[in-house]
Design a protein around this ligand. Structure first.
Ligand SMILES: *Cc1c(COP(=O)(O)O)cnc(C)c1O
Length: 431
């Protein structure tokens, strides 16, 4: 199996040690499952690797956009993770969960004035400014409150991580950040240093997602540290913090490798220490912002099969009760997933079909070319693996479909962390 929390017993798929067909019956479908123990394990791997290899000041921050609801922030709080947030909505949710927002980093390429004010109301520790205009807006709000706001600057180091173009963000031509190559990075640094209500704490970058490539973070760190050394030489500013962003890849199918996070962090740390020595820079406080690699393989989506359509000489379709509204990544990027017929795991898979949703949109495909047992039919349970990241957080109400619930699995028990939307919820704001 693609992850050690997925097993089979008596022809039925088990996730986190629990019978998925029974879970589907108990909570209904479509259903998001999250393996809480797996998520905690991932947090601990990051925490330990950071302390061991970067020192006690270093901090992994969970990237909220990967998955966001109250209970998850409680878990992040219990695991002593920092968080990054990108909207007032994420800040509000973290606050409701009692998360200490001084440990939150506020990202985004276009924070509104209302966002900036709300984040300051809530005491968000760090703003990560994307461009000079944003620095201006933060300075103005901080000045009006008579406070000094801590800030990182998002820079674009010009590294292409060779993944899908749509999730590569560290190249020069990007809507995110200020480019080192064009001189805009230096401009934003000197501009920020002149502000009296902002304390510049360092630099941030994020080069992309689903990264397996050997030395992407090493190369990125090299560019960022070289820039930092240049700023020290020219402007007498030594950045205390370097945030390398998120992006470690996860295993969606058998073709994807398994990353050893501890080993990866160790390699990056060795390279960073070496570069710092060469540039005669003190080792900065290192941050990274894993999202996907914390939550993805803790997740699974369950569906119930409805129509099975065979078009002789063409193609077969297996339709489920979910859709692109709860699983958008295939439509967005053609992302590959492992799909299993949870209720018939011991039958041979000899029937090829597209697994499709119920939305009125021909692009509403969960996955192409899935192999099912020949007996697949109405009432069977389908599992889509590794859906803990960018599923619930990207879910919509397209076709007026209620969002599925999130059920957490821990130590052999299950509980609802986010309730299934009801029809009334859909009309909550209709006047
Ligand atoms: C998306 C994003 C992350 C998380 O990326 P993953 O691939 O989920 O690890 C972290 N930081 C920033 C700024 C991001 O935009």
């Amino acid at each position: 199996m693609i992850c050690d929390n997925i097993t089979t017993e008596n022809g039925v798929l088990y996730f986190a040690g629990q019978n998925t067909v029974e879970l589907a019956r108990k909570y209904g479908t479509p259903l998001y499952l999250l393996d809480e123990d797996k998520i905690r394990e991932k947090c601990r791997i990051y925490k330990k690797a950071f302390t061991t290899h970067f020192g006690s000041q270093a901090q992994p921050l969970f990237a909220s956009k990967a998955n966001c609801f109250k209970r998850l922030y409680e878990i992040m709080k219990e695991e002593n993770m920092g968080i990054d947030v990108v909207s007032s909505g994420e800040i509000y949710t973290a606050k409701l969960a009692g998360f200490d927002l001084s440990q939150a980093y506020f990202h985004g390429n276009n924070k509104t004035d209302q966002d900036i004010a709300y984040a300051m109301d809530c005491g968000v520790g760090y703003f990560v400014a994307d461009n000079v205009e944003e620095v201006k807006a933060v300075e103005k709000e901080a000045a009006s409150r008579g406070i000094v706001q801590k800030m990182l600057l998002r820079l674009t180091p010009g590294i292409d991580p060779h993944t899908y173009a749509a999730i590569a963000t560290g190249k020069v031509d990007s809507k995110f950040g200020s480019a080192i190559e064009t001189g805009q990075a230096e401009e934003i640094v000197t501009y920020t240093l002149r502000q009296s209500h902002i304390r510049l704490m360092g630099y941030h970058c994020h080069v992309g997602s689903q990264i397996f490539g050997e030395d992407i973070f090493e190369r990125t760190a090299e560019v960022m540290l070289t820039f930092s050394a240049e700023m020290r030489r020219k402007h007498d500013f030594t950045a205390p913090v370097l945030d390398l962003g998120g992006g470690y890849g996860v295993r969606y199918t058998q073709d994807d490798p398994v990353l050893d996070i501890e080993e990866k962090v160790k390699e990056v740390a060795t390279a960073i220490k070496e570069t710092c020595r060469r540039l005669e820079l003190p080792l900065p406080e290192i941050h990274m912002e894993p999202g996907r690699s914390i939550v993805a393989d803790g997740g699974m989506t369950l569906y119930t099969v409805g129509t099975v359509k065979k078009i002789p000489g063409y193609k077969n379709y297996v339709s489920v009760d979910g859709s692109m509204a709860d699983h958008i990544r295939f439509a967005l990027y053609g992302s590959r997933y492992t799909c299993l017929l949870a209720s018939k795991m011991s039958e041979p898979c000899e029937f090829k079909a597209a697994l499709v949703g119920r939305c009125c949109e021909s692009g509403d495909i969960i996955q192409e070319d899935v192999m099912f047992p020949k007996t697949v039919g109405r009432g069977d349970t389908v599992a889509v693996c590794t859906t803990g990241a960018y599923h619930y957080s990207m879910a919509s109400n397209y076709n007026r479909l209620p969002k599925p619930p999130v059920v957490m699995l821990s130590g052999g028990d299950s509980y609802v962390a986010v309730k299934r939307e009801r029809l009334e919820d859909l009309c909550r704001n209709d006047v």
